[in-house]
Design a protein around this ligand. Sequence first.
Ligand SMILES: *Cc1c(COP(=O)(O)O)cnc(C)c1O
Length: 366
Amino acid sequence: MSEPHAVFPEPRPVVGRLPKYAAGKPPAPVPGLTPYKLSSNENPLEPLPQVLQAVREFEDINRYPDPLSSRLRAALAEQLDVSAEDIVTGGGSLGALIQVLSAYAGTNDDGVPDEVVYPWRSFEAYPIVVDQAGARSVQVPLTFDGRHDLEAMAAAVSQNTSIVILCTPNNPTGPVLRTAEVEAFIQKVPQDVLIVIDEAYLEFVRVEDAVDGIAMYRKYPNVLALRTFSKAHGLANLRVGYTVARPEITQHLRATAVPFAVSTVAELAAVASVQHQADVEIRVKDLVAERERIVAALTEQGWTLPESQGNFVWLALGERAGEFAAAAEARAITVRAFAGEGVRVSVGETEGNDRFIELAGEWIRS
Ligand SMILES: *Cc1c(COP(=O)(O)O)cnc(C)c1O
């Protein structure tokens, strides 16, 4: 119990200024309707049987994990044809990104903060983790159709910029970056700026000339690819992500890594998923087909959607975003509303998707 006039230690001033992360909520129950959570871009499918088996068989909970995730890095090194030295794991790709920021962006000894340039609207965790690191966010508005404005982003790079983040496909709008435009961008940015390519939805991409972060890392020493097991692999709860970059970079990421961030049970589940990549891809194919079905239905209804290459679609509803989210909630589906901008709706179970399509149809007619 706190006393009436107690004085409490004050956190760093930045803590009070951090935007709040609004995690997707499960829907409130509506009688007669099965609820569906379409607000967190989760994979609606249960894990592969081999993943579940790996989790069930693990017993050494009393032992610390391997801090280097050696087994997972070996599996990924083989799959991606990269050196295990170039891979650093983290607690989700968000954990991995925090490691990158700890090493490359903050406030310098002269009191000047580094700048981190990223598109906006994009992944809502970016401003939180950038500000928390003591760096300064430089947000570059998307184009009208939800794409990165790479020219404006290149122009926003200053002497203080230490990192640029590209998000492809962009969460929450959906478009993917093309190889040629990314290469042109990389060539404009000074080589001492680290370019992070966040590819959380890579597996869902069906565009021929989409950029591949690993290909960029092979070609350009200042590129780092950021990937996750949370979306296509369906392991969001286990928190496994990783970065791929040159050893001159990864040595610093290991220095700032959160100790033991990836538990052994999470590591083994991820290894099982990598070993059964073909099965993961079959499920991804089904989710992509479901995405295409939703996009086709909404287009038929008269909606204009940005290119959708993740496991979600974006409705640019502007001021009516909250209203749409409430209408969805009344039908026991939760979507993610960004006030004044739009709603992001994840590709979920077929019945939930059908209910969303129905709502979208009624909305546009009214
Ligand atoms: C979901 C997501 C992530 C990361 O999720 P983790 O669960 O931390 O791996 C990273 N970037 C983007 C753009 C995302 O949408």
